[in-house]
Design a protein around this ligand. Structure first.
Ligand code: ADP
Ligand code: ADP
Length: 226
């Protein structure tokens, strides 16, 4: 199996605060890795460094063979879904999804095709002209996922993507996310503080605590209570 993501001795300090300490980690092509652990463990920082929103204080990060530590976010082929979705409220669903695609310089009709395609993937066909503020929480979540997938990323990064939703909706979208991930075969890192969710969804689970990975194993081997 080839590795898609590799962290080598990666650390991140904010002043004196050590958010991530000497983490080495590989994620295989097509794998779904959940990252769990208590608040402040460094989970979000791990993802943000891969997406390019934070620079490591030390170490290197590879996507495939490429060392990406110095690349700006839009050059990394990572799609990220944020806990609060980070949709532009004054824009339509179409404009939200098109935003990153225009930055890539894609032609107009290709952008429109991609938007149609990703909205179908997340079961929101025909939602192009809707205002994001008029959508339910679950619909906003799916638009955020569609937007991340529209750039056809090598890697999907999800930071507590279902954390704001009620239990019933979360159960439904967990199933949906796994199905989509397997269909696309897209390498995924999924941050959650919900151990049950992680064990249900992931191929492997990384347990973080105080900036380090304490255990990384398939769900059936995770006994640790984070
Ligand atoms: P988690 O996602 O597991 O809750 P984070 O990665 O958000 O953990 O945070 C890890 C540690 O780094 C925490 O102590 C947090 O307060 C600190 N931290 C995160 N981002 C910043 C920042 N921008 N400035 C200062 N400290 C930060
Ligand atoms: P999470 O627990 O989901 O990581 P947080 O509430 O810890 O979310 O952090 C939300 C945002 O605030 C993140 O972008 C993080 O980098 C930033 N942040 C976290 N802790 C600090 C801090 N001590 N100082 C400045 N920014 C922080």
């Amino acid at each position: 199996m080839t590795n898609r993501i590799r962290y080598e001795n990666v650390s991140k300090y904010y002043g004196d605060v050590c958010a991530v300490e000497d983490v080495s980690l590989t994620v295989r092509e097509g794998e779904f890795l959940a990252v769990i652990g208590p608040s402040g463990a460094g989970k979000t920082t791990i993802l943000r460094m891969l997406a390019g929103f934070e620079k490591p204080s030390g170490g290197e990060i590879f996507l495939g063979e490429r060392e990406i530590t110095q690349l700006p976010p839009h050059k990394r082929d990572t799609g990220m879904v944020f806990q609060d979705y980070a949709l532009f409220p004054h824009m339509s669903v179409r404009e939200n999804i098109a935003f990153g695609l225009k930055n890539e310089g894609l032609p107009k009709d290709e952008i429109e095709d991609r938007i149609t395609e990703v909205l179908e993937m997340v079961d929101l066909p025909g939602f192009e002209d809707r205002k994001t503020t008029n959508l339910s929480g679950g619909q906003q979540q799916r638009v955020a996922t569609a937007r991340a997938l529209a750039i056809e990323p090598d890697v999907l990064l999800m930071d507590e993507p279902l954390g704001a939703l009620d239990k019933k909706l979360r159960d439904q979208l967990e199933v949906k996310v796994i199905r989509l991930q397997k269909e696309l075969g897209i390498t995924t890192m999924y941050v959650t503080h919900n151990q049950e969710e992680a064990l249900k969804m992931a191929d492997r689970v990384a347990v973080m605590n105080q900036g380090t990975i304490e255990q990384i194993d398939p769900p059936e081997k995770i006994y640790h209570e984070p």
